[in-house]
Unconditional design. Structure first.
Length: 324
């Protein structure tokens, strides 16, 4: 296996010059760079990335902790984050916490040991002080845990307002909102706030149904939706995230309720699943690719020593399909 000394000898250069080419340090002429790259190719020389990382004090890796990539939103977001990070020369270390505090702590410790350059945090079971003591760039998704740690989310309040107004404008007389546990201090709770405000303002009867703390446990959705239509059979409008909305459509089919004639349904996220449902789901689109781009950008700007905004909120948009 060729070494950097072999490259230097074949190129007629010093090891220091070859090292400067590999690490892009100092002035190197284009001719010298071409010579080094040509010899590297001829010798099939593979730079030692670990050693180079230690030299630069950069691992070129970013940790990403999410509840689970099996959830369509986090699956699509993780894919987009990886693509944007790779385009910027970084690799992603993906961790699924399943909202388990010990598992999340183990992953954080592992990422610190591997000296990742920053962490994108989409799972939030640890205390604020544990994030603040990481001593590395961090950005959180959908939750602001500290005044010193930047966060990013979509405009949840506006999304809830748009969904509520749409269902009201369609003539719904009893509307349900199915959401995650409001005990979790997430920006997603703002959807609930806007929904309730709009329903109260227009005096439209409504009900709020919450999951348990593990909002990503999809096995509970069927029971929640069944209970909703059993206890509130007059419900003719539903607002929920796309995955819960898919369960609502499925239950309506089983109960013989027509969508949208009997029940109108609005989702939130606009994951790919939404357009595949029958009928296709009207939903509030989160700009997933832009969110990923901004998350990676917030980490890279912190790595570069730049100041970044503490609260980034991206606009949402209504995508109206056949479920309303």
């Amino acid at each position: 296996m060729a070494t950097i000394k072999d490259v230097a000898r074949e190129a007629g250069l010093t090891v220091t010059t070859v090292s400067r080419v590999l690490n892009n340090r100092g002035y190197i002429s284009a001719a010298t760079r071409e010579k080094v790259y040509r010899v590297m190719a001829e010798l099939d020389y593979q730079p030692n990335e670990i050693a180079r990382s230690l030299f630069r004090q950069r691992s070129k890796m970013i940790g990403l902790i999410v509840p689970t990539v099996s959830h369509p939103f986090f699956g699509e977001l993780s894919t987009a984050i990886e693509q944007h990070a790779y385009a910027a020369g970084y690799k992603i270390v993906l961790c699924n916490s399943h909202l388990d505090q010990e598992k999340e702590r183990d992953y954080v410790d592992m990422l610190k040991r591997h000296k990742v350059d920053g962490i994108i945090m989409g799972s939030h079971t640890l205390g604020v002080e544990e994030y603040e003591n990481l001593n590395m760039p961090v950005v959180t998704i959908d939750r602001q845990i500290s005044a010193t740690i930047p966060s990013l989310s979509s405009d949840n309040y506006e999304g809830g307002r748009i969904a509520a107004r749409l269902l009201i404008s369609k003539g719904c007389r009893k509307v349900a909102y199915i959401c995650g546990s409001l005990k979790l201090e997430l920006f997603a709770n703002r959807r609930h706030d806007a929904f309730v405000e709009e329903m109260t303002k227009t005096k439209c009867p409504h009900v709020v149904v919450q999951t348990n703390i593990d909002v990503f446990d999809t096995t509970q959705y069927e029971a929640l939706v069944n209970a909703l239509f059993t206890e509130h059979p007059e419900t003719d409008g539903v607002f929920a995230s796309d995955l819960k909305a898919a369960r609502v459509i499925q239950t309506c089919v089983r109960l013989g309720k027509r969508v949208p004639e009997d029940v109108r349904i609005v989702g939130y996220d606009d994951v790919r699943l939404a357009s595949f449902l029958v009928p296709p789901l009207t939903t509030i689109r989160q700009p997933i690719d832009e969110m990923a781009d901004q998350l990676v950008g917030l980490i890279l700007r912190q790595i570069a020593g730049e100041s970044v905004p503490m609260d980034t909120v991206l606009p949402v948009a209504l995508v109206e399909r056949s479920s309303t």
